[in-house]
Ligand binder design. Structure first.
Ligand code: MN
Length: 213
């Protein structure tokens, strides 16, 4: 199995998409998938490599280590690692937590944690979508585990929970490049539709791992 992006070291590599570009139709169109994975994510990987190749002392560090210790990075690399390393980590998580779910819902301990933090699955989705709509400009909405407790956190640009020493359980990309071809400026419509492509099995596995971290 390929190394998870967070455990990769320089040179970083674009993870293969584990499904076809049309696998998330009709929620996400194939052209958006092709550009998003092959161009946008690839550019984050390439630019992260360019930043790290000039700093030998960074080449022994994993992506997770780089992102959770921005303060100690050389100033010349810090911004590029923050943006492009964050982009690499966030998108690698994103591809692995999507699958056409045909109206599926979370179950088991994940469902319990959602109900306990937000009241119900519907309330959770409403709060998550609101956070995504309110995020000004580009960014992400993440769900993070603080012990057993779940929280929703919107972050700008390619910022990531890795900066705080944790990682997202899952999250949605609200950059225009994630939705503009199909949804144009209608971010709220994209956020609503996206629930049909959350891979709840993959998310539950991540929750089980991260709640214990
Ligand atoms: Mn993106």
């Amino acid at each position: 199995m390929a190394t998870e992006a967070k455990d990769q070291k320089y040179p970083f590599e674009l993870p293969a998409l584990e499904y076809d570009f049309d696998a998330l139709e009709p929620v996400i169109d194939p052209e958006t998938m092709r550009l998003h994975h092959g161009k946008h994510h690839q550019a984050y990987v390439d630019n992260l490599n360019k930043a790290v190749e000039q700093h030998d002392e960074l080449q022994s560090k994993t992506l997770s280590e780089l992102l959770s210790n921005l303060d100690v990075l050389p100033e010349a690399a810090r911004g590029a690692v923050r943006n492009n390393g964050g982009g690499h980590a966030n998108h690698s998580m994103f591809w692995k937590t999507m699958k056409l779910n045909e109206g599926g819902k979370p179950s088991g301990s994940l469902a319990t944690a959602i109900d306990s933090a937000f009241g119900s699955f519907d309330d959770f989705k409403t709060k998550f979508n609101e956070a995504g709509v309110k995020q000004f400009g580009s960014g992400w909405v993440f769900v993070i585990a603080d012990g057993d407790k779940l929280t929703i956190q919107a972050m700008p640009n390619q910022d990531t929970p890795f900066h705080k020493g944790t990682e997202p359980i899952f999250g949605n990309d609200v950059w225009e490049h994630a939705y503009y071809l199909k949804y144009n400026n209608r971010r709220p419509d994209y956020l609503k539709a996206w629930w049909d492509v959350v891979d709840w099995d993959a998310v539950a596995e991540r929750y089980e791992r991260l709640r214990q971290a």
